[in-house]
Design a protein around this ligand. Sequence first.
Ligand code: FNR
Length: 190
Amino acid sequence: MVKIVAFSGSGRRDSVNKKVVAVAAKGAEEAGAQVTIVNLEDFNLPIFTEDLEAEKGMDPNAQKFKELLMDSDGFLISSPEYNSSYSALFKNAIDWASRKIEGETPLQAYRGKVAGIMAASPGSIGGMRVLVTLRMLMENLGTMVLPDQKAISDAFSKFDENGKISDEKIEKALKNIGKTLVETCHKLNS
Ligand code: FNR
């Protein structure tokens, strides 16, 4: 069974990107994948520095996050746009999981994996700029990023407080990213 890890780059409790992730995750589940949704803030990761790593080694929670990625076939990521790019929370987690652990081939958390990327913003371009930086980052780490992507503008008006999406076209596009991700993982695994 295809295994997907799904997460948002926002640590905000009521994050609209978390709601986006949940919809895309549903699409992946409907396509037969096992999806694990995680909140990055729950890992409580310290800010990565090489001194901290040299003194204390891999942070235990960073190791848990990294193992989750290593054990998956692909990722569903929805990112807020912070000053045209991804959040520090997101990049910090990605940096921790890029560090080598005993017995690992380099960048094992990322290489050979596939990602579906999305963004949501209350603004008018829906986080389109973060998708450019997010795609570049993930591709440079060895993750193949699906050509299909979605930026959702005026995003607060499109979900209710329970995460229910009101726009059927966007719902379909998000679920489709989840489905295409699963199909692509199947193709790569066969
Ligand atoms: C933002 N926001 C924002 N929005 C946008 O469309 N483009 C941008 O460049 C920025 N820059 C930015 C910087 C910082 C530091 C913050 C805190 C916010 C607004 C952002 O889209 C908004 O807070 C979203 O609600 C964040 O997504 P979540 O937390 O709802 O998932």
